[in-house]
Design a protein around this ligand. Structure first.
Ligand code: NAG
Ligand code: NAG
Length: 383
């Protein structure tokens, strides 16, 4: 079924997601949400659906070079912040990691006395997200002597939205940021029905789930469809974001196909059907952690690990007797094929499969990386 769900080469996004929606039949709730999120927005209809992968890759490289030049072209801090934010929001920042880090370091070291709430909040969010120290005192310039926010910012929807999203990066004990959230939420709620597209959509989404807590790829799909409506949008960035999303999606679907074959082998052949059949969800977890092309191997290993953990968990919870659990735990700790004599048939099969899976992880890694599998095995044994 998953094989059939693979999109034809260069399907338009609508067609592509329609294909994907067959995945729903697999019964994967989370994936369903992702697919729904995507099909509602339908942003990525590319004008030339017949383009080959080579053509797209070539075009992506051209655009990437052009876009790299934008870092130089942005002279003010406000412009630089906006560029970094746009790249991140369109989920194409992974192509410009070094430049983004350099830009943010520079911004962190420069005094910024803007009186625009949106810019100050954006600076706060981008820096803190990247791990730089920024104090919530940055927002004091928008407060009076009683530490209340000035009333004149209550009409500034974009500024309030940025403040709201930034304040969600609060850490323990930062009560002023929690107050900022309440303040911004109250005013955003009162104006949410009178805003223009695309700000209205962004405010509604953020009130439902603030930006730092969203699933990035889903949020990117929304933003890609809205980006054209931004007053200062750049069509090169938009084209790049669409092409890159489609290229990565092809890879993700290929991985999902391979993963589901792997899972079928494990799940159907054996008497393991007591376990949850949720391999797509496992993939989604791992895709949420890493979606970039270069992390394909890590993505697959993590998805398999999650699947194996669920399988083992279900074995303990719903299938094995207490005695079997004890034995199973014992042999897991020993990690030795000869230990299987202690186990009943189905556990023996499961155990050998598990050992085999970890062996496969090891085979996937380069010689100098193999030691890492021992760590994941130890972590697994500890569970
Ligand atoms: C859009 O970005 C390209 C580079 O990707 C740049 O050459 C062009 O000047 C930008 N256009 C605007 C309107 O900023
Ligand atoms: C911000 O700083 C610049 C120089 O660093 C100065 O020219 C400008 O007047 C300052 N703006 C405000 C609002 O303080």
């Amino acid at each position: 079924m998953l094989a059939r769900a693979l999109c034809p080469p260069y399907a338009t996004m609508r067609g592509g997601w329609k294909c994907c929606s067959r995945l729903v039949l697999v019964g994967q709730f989370v994936w369903l949400q992702l697919v729904m999120a995507a099909s509602c927005t339908d942003p990525l209809q590319h004008p030339a659906p017949a383009k080959s992968e080579e053509w797209v890759t070539e075009r992506v490289n051209q655009l990437k070079e052009k876009i790299s030049g934008l870092f130089e072209a942005c002279t003010t801090i406000a412009e630089q912040l906006k560029l970094v934010d746009t790249l991140q929001h369109l989920s194409i920042d992974h192509h410009f990691d070094k430049q983004i880090l350099a830009t943010l370091s520079r911004i962190h070291g420069t005094e910024f006395n803007s009186s625009c709430l949106h810019e100050v909040a954006l600076r706060f969010r981008l820096l803190r997200q990247q791990g730089f120290c920024v104090s919530p005192d940055e927002f004091n310039r928008f407060k009076d002597e009683n530490r209340n926010f000035h009333l004149d910012i209550t009409n500034d929807a974009r500024g309030l939205l940025s403040l709201y999203n930034a304040a969600y990066l609060f850490t323990h004990g930062e009560a002023e940021l929690e107050e900022a959230i309440l303040f911004a939420r109250e005013h955003l709620e009162s104006m949410r029905n009178n805003l223009e597209h695309p700000l209205a959509q962004q405010v509604n989404r953020a009130l439902h789930l603030p930006l730092p807590r969203t699933l990035r790829r889903v949020e990117a799909l929304h933003y890609i469809s809205e980006y054209k409506g931004e007053p200062t949008h750049n069509s090169s960035l938009l084209e790049f974001a669409k092409l890159d999303f489609n290229l990565l999606q092809r890879l993700h679907l290929k991985e999902l196909k391979a993963l589901s074959r792997w899972w079928k082998d494990l799940y159907n052949e054996e008497v393991l059907t007591y376990s949850r059949d949720r391999v797509v969800e496992c993939y989604l977890w791992s895709y949420t952690a890493y979606y970039e092309k270069e992390y394909s191997r890590a993505r697959m290993i993590l998805a398999k690990l999650i699947a194996v953990i669920i399988l083992t968990d279900d074995t303990y919870d719903v299938r094995a007797t207490l005695e079997e659990c004890r034995k199973f735990n014992e042999v897991i700790q020993r990690w030795d094929e000869s230990a299987t004599s202690l186990l009943t048939d189905y556990l023996k099969k499961l155990y050998l499969k598990l050992m085999n899976i970890f062996k496969e992880f090891e085979d996937d890694l380069k010689p100098k990386e193999k030691y890492r599998v021992a760590f994941s095995r130890k972590a697994f044994q500890a569970l």
